[in-house]
Write a protein that binds this ligand. Structure first.
Ligand code: SF4
Length: 360
């Protein structure tokens, strides 16, 4: 997303002017991060692992393969990546409703597995940066007190918070915390997301809207717990540009070209973020409200907006089976209205239709 006042207003409201300098520097930092990553992957050495680094990395992974149960303190607990869920899903989860395990379309299972595998490789690559790039490695993993890379389980924290008179907990487990060689006092949160939609689509979405709202909520939760307010959400397209330029290839439609002006489209983007106090308060307000709904013990009232979050929800059948007649009638009426309006077939309509079509 290019820096302009509209974009900054969406993210930061009235403080946009004072944040302009921060975001401008942030864009520069994101460029430096990408330059470092590109320098690494351009090097033939990136295909080889250093045995000492790889052993340390995998040993750390092995050390953390264990179950560490949360303390049983009765507090509603939000995972950082689960801070964008609908009120009802949070309620069902905390009411210990049985998770629905239904078979999925096989390619989705393969896609999830690709995402998990690639983050592990990327972390191992970042662990190699200093050795391969020397002084040019300005972003490297911080280390914990016992020498672990500051990633995942080594950085897992569950913090109990009281906000608006409600107590709840947030757990965080970031993809990494980065040191910055040009200013040793600064740390950066690093979150990584793979995209399967295609390199053209990924760039289009990031240029138009910046980092995803749910990803920003995730790093806001991490910022609250760690007190680190800046970092990068890094997106990598699993679909890569054509190996050689496709600009002249007539068989590739204009909108599907993966090269432009002699260069491949970026398949790897770093979106700098800076989390303000207002963003933290807005998230905490929302989590406190959801926690209170759980403590009050009443299933939250269903609304149309919630159906935008059903994609990965494991309580679909239960949710639908617990609708009141009035809620179901309302949803059906809204769907009919949408179907006969210019909203027909658009995202909101499709979400609602999918929800209503789910079997109970
Ligand atoms: S099915 Fe949709 S509306 Fe129901 S709990 Fe899940 S996300 Fe919420």
């Amino acid at each position: 997303m290019t820096l302009n006042n509209d974009a900054l207003n969406v993210l930061y409201g009235n403080n946009s002017q004072s944040l302009f300098d921060i975001m401008e520097e942030g864009e520069e930092l994101a460029r430096s991060f990408i330059e470092q990553m590109d320098a690494y992957y351009a090097s033939p050495l990136s295909s080889f692992q250093d045995n000492i680094i790889a052993r340390k990395f995998y040993q750390q992974k092995i050390n953390h393969i264990k179950i560490v149960p949360y303390p049983i303190d009765g507090r509603v607990t939000f995972g950082a990546s689960g801070t964008n869920k609908c009120d009802r899903e949070i309620f069902f989860k905390n009411a210990k409703v049985k998770v629905e395990k239904t078979p999925d379309i096989p390619f989705r299972g393969r896609q999830r597995r690709v995402g998990s595998a690639v983050i592990e490789y990327l972390q191992l690559d970042i662990a190699h940066m200093e050795k391969r790039l020397g002084k040019d490695a300005i972003f490297t993993f911080a280390t914990t007190g016992n020498g672990d890379y500051a990633i995942e389980d080594a950085m897992q924290v569950r913090q109990v918070i009281e906000h608006n008179g409600v107590k709840f907990a947030i757990t965080v487990k970031p993809d990494g915390i980065l040191n910055y060689a040009n200013d040793p006092t600064r740390r950066f949160i690093f979150e990584y997301k793979t995209k399967a939609s295609g390199v053209v689509e990924m760039n289009g979405k990031l240029d138009f809207g910046g980092a995803q709202a749910d990803h920003l909520r995730q790093v806001t939760a991490e910022a609250i717990v760690y007190g680190i307010n800046e970092g990068f959400i890094v997106y990598e397209s699993m679909h890569k540009p054509s190996w050689f330029s496709d600009e002249e290839r007539k068989s590739v439609p204009k909108t599907r070209k993966t090269w432009h002006n002699g260069k491949p489209l970026p398949d790897f983007r770093a979106m700098y973020f800076y989390i303000t106090d207002e963003m933290k308060t807005a998230l905490l307000d929302d989590l406190a409200r959801q926690a209170e709904l759980v403590y009050n013990g009443e299933i939250p009232v269903m609304n149309v907006e919630m159906t935008s979050k059903c994609g990965f929800c494991p309580f679909k059948s239960h949710c639908k089976s617990t609708l009141t007649n009035a809620e179901l009638t309302h949803l059906i009426e809204v769907e009919k209205t949408m179907a006969s309006s210019n909203m027909a077939g658009k995202r909101d309509h499709t979400n609602l239709r999918n929800y209503l079509a789910e079997g109970v």
